[in-house]
Design a protein around this ligand. Structure first.
Ligand SMILES: [Fe+2]
Length: 184
């Protein structure tokens, strides 16, 4: 039986998800930011599970994972791994990691939009692919929120407290004015 036309896609996912897991765990191990570490570990678990699930599906279809023929999503994997393990700041690591995996909405087209385009895909592989794509998009959103926080794009707690105090002062001023009007 001929290999399915979508086999190279399954192979590339299996190979790159395993690498993604490695990179995210390396970063989680080296950061002091516990909130960031929790998100990195959560996404790493997903990456590892995706690698195993796609390898398993390939085995069920009668094929083994082939590292050599896989599309290499991480062009400088060894350097990236060393950098993520290093004492560089989390903001620097965001820049390093985002370079290879920009998933921000609006910044680029959804990289997963064609993953279900092959109409010959069998239903079992298709259901795995659908779950995979939706989980990847969700992981991308979770990582983006953390990257924005780490890089200071998200409002900090101190800024929120400041704004809250400002609103309270304005409310007090308005009620003072109201009471003056009612006296007049
Ligand atoms: Fe992934």
């Amino acid at each position: 039986m001929d290999a399915p036309t979508y086999l190279p896609l399954l192979n590339s996912i299996a190979v790159n998800e395993a690498k993604g897991q490695c990179l995210l765990n390396a970063w989680a191990d080296s950061t002091r930011d516990t909130q960031l570490a929790a998100v990195l570990r959560f996404v790493a678990i997903r990456e590892g599970e995706h690698a195993m699930a796609f390898e398993k599906r390939m085995c069920e279809l009668g094929h083994a994972v082939n590292q050599q023929s896989a599309y290499q999503f991480f062009k400088n994997f060894d350097e990236q791994l060393a950098f993520l393990r290093s004492n560089a700041s989390d903001a620097e690591k965001v820049t390093c990691f985002r370079g290879d995996a920009p998933r921000a909405e609006g910044e680029q087209k959804d990289p997963f939009r064609n993953f279900l385009a092959d109409t010959t895909m069998d239903p079992l592989t298709g259901s795995l692919m659908g779950r995979y794509v939706c989980e990847e998009r969700d992981s991308g959103r979770r990582l983006k929120a953390e990257y924005d926080r780490v890089c200071g794009a998200a409002p900090r707690a101190a800024e929120i407290d400041e704004l809250r105090a400002c609103v309270e002062a304005l409310q007090a001023e308005v009620s003072k004015l109201k009471s003056l009007r009612s006296v007049a």
